[in-house]
Design a protein. Structure first.
Lengths: 312, 142
């Protein structure tokens, strides 16, 4: 009943916005941004690159319009996989709302339990553009700046063969099953140089993006973590970039470190984009895996990243 | 011998005089294929704007041949300042048109499409588009 209520509210709100837009004589979904300037969907579902959220608002709606997209991302490293799918909406090129679901799995070995073992996490994100415009501010040093938050709810570890469901990351030393990251992003397009740069500062308690919970027995306060992206635009449809994302080390049981990637983003149309990357997520749960008897577990989780986004 | 020297001198002088005519074309303009090619691409660009459903409605009553020449001058001026734009400033040229960002971006994209089709390197295109991008503040009024 409650669900029906919130859906109805969302429906009425969208209808009202649509009527208002029609009355103004504007296109509700104008798809009016330049190609690639909607960015892609980063690993937590926000508009950005692969690892870091960017200051741009997702989708191709201009400030007079709304844009939305769905995405699916899969990261396959030595011993693990992470699948994320989600939906995001950009409203008047000002506010971005995103919802994503993550599922983390182990490939093989004792932890895998025939590929059944998984950790699931839900992420709700909101981002607000404060000032600046990545395209139009070419004659000033001013970047586009946005603030954002991501609320994450870790649903725990499931090992169906053992009848285990929702085994809390608190059992590994985390202090909480849920947490909220707050960040500020500055994105600058140096168009005359065909370069895009982004810097994000994130206050977080998340262990391994939240997959191992929030806060820990080593540290339990918010930490300010930098993230950076640098991309070169080869054509208006193709960009090549690198990213860095620092992560805190809160758990004694997990020697967490920074993540890196090199990505190629392809934008054939405004309705579809494909991102291919090679990622290094750092150590993820090596010590924990060892304690489960997995001796050949990789000290760094490296592998391929593929993300597809469909928008309208 | 004397005659030969005189001839050589003449040649040297003519080369010296002729050289600046070539040197005037900046490396960036060369990437656009020169001023003449730029004007041809500008014509093509305007033709595209007139058929693109996103932009064609914005040119009713416009003096198209004049628009082509003025845009050609403007692009040339923005590329290497080797021409003088003789049209109105961007604000008065677009006042009352009620343009939105989507119109501005559609125009920018059509320019990119035409330049791309004519083989202008993307990095060179961006040097021109970057200068046009900041005109959004004067062009877009809605």
């Amino acid at each position: 009943m409650r669900k029906f209520g919130s859906n109805t509210l969302a429906g009425v709100t969208l209808f009202a916005l649509c009527v208002a837009a029609q009355a103004e004589g504007i296109n509700f979904a104008d798809q009016g941004k330049l190609l690639a300037t909607g960015g892609v969907s980063q690993v937590e579902g926000a508009g950005g690159g692969g690892l870091a959220p960017w200051a741009l608002i997702t989708g191709y709606g201009t400030r007079d319009s709304i844009g939305a997209n769905v995405h699916y991302t899969r990261v396959n490293t030595n011993d693990q996989s992470l699948a994320t799918y989600g939906v995001a909406v950009g409203v008047f090129d000002r506010v971005e709302l995103s919802f994503a679901n993550q599922e983390f799995k182990f490939h093989e070995g004792l932890l895998s339990m025939k590929g059944q073992t998984r950790i699931r996490q839900d992420i709700v994100g909101v981002k607000v553009k404060l000032f600046g415009d990545i395209v139009y501010d070419q004659d000033t040093w001013m970047p586009q700046v946005a603030i954002g938050a991501m609320h994450k709810k870790n649903k725990g570890l499931d090992i169906p063969v053992l009848g285990v469901t929702g085994f809390s990351p608190k059992n590994l030393g985390a202090k909480s099953d849920d947490g909220t990251d707050v960040y500020v992003s500055a994105t600058k397009l140096y168009l005359s140089e065909s370069i895009l740069a982004n810097v994000t500062l994130r206050a977080t308690k998340a262990n391994q993006f939240g997959l191992l919970g929030f806060g820990g027995d080593r540290h339990d306060s918010y930490r300010l973590q930098p993230e950076a992206s640098l991309a070169y635009l080869f054509t208006r449809k193709l960009a090549l970039g690198v990213e860095y994302r620092a992560k805190p080390h809160n758990l004694i049981a997990d020697n967490e470190g920074a993540a890196y990637d090199i990505f190629l983003a392809y934008f054939p149309t405004r309705n579809f984009s494909l991102t291919l990357a090679y990622v290094d997520l750092g150590t993820i749960g090596k010590e924990i895996a060892k304690s489960f008897g997995a001796s050949d577990y990789g000290s760094r989780q490296r592998g391929g990243y593929l993300s597809a986004q469909v928008g309208f | 011998m004397n005659f030969l020297l005189k001839i050589t001198g003449c040649l040297a002088i003519s080369f010296a005089l002729a050289a600046p005519a070539y040197a005037e074309q900046s490396p960036l303009m060369a990437q656009f294929g020169g001023v003449e090619k730029l004007q041809k691409m500008t014509d093509e660009f305007v033709e595209l704007l007139l058929v693109d459903p996103r932009t064609r409605g914005r040119f009713s009553g416009a003096d198209i041949p004049k628009l082509k020449i003025l845009l050609g001058q403007q692009f040339c001026q923005l590329i290497d300042n080797s021409c003088t734009y003789t049209g109105k400033d961007m604000k008065s040229a677009h006042s009352g048109m009620g343009l939105r960002n989507t119109d501005f971006n559609a125009l920018a994209e059509d320019l990119q499409i035409v330049l791309e089709k004519n083989g202008v390197p993307f990095a060179a295109q961006n040097k021109l588009v970057a200068k046009l991008a900041s005109m959004q503040r004067d062009v877009v009024t809605k």
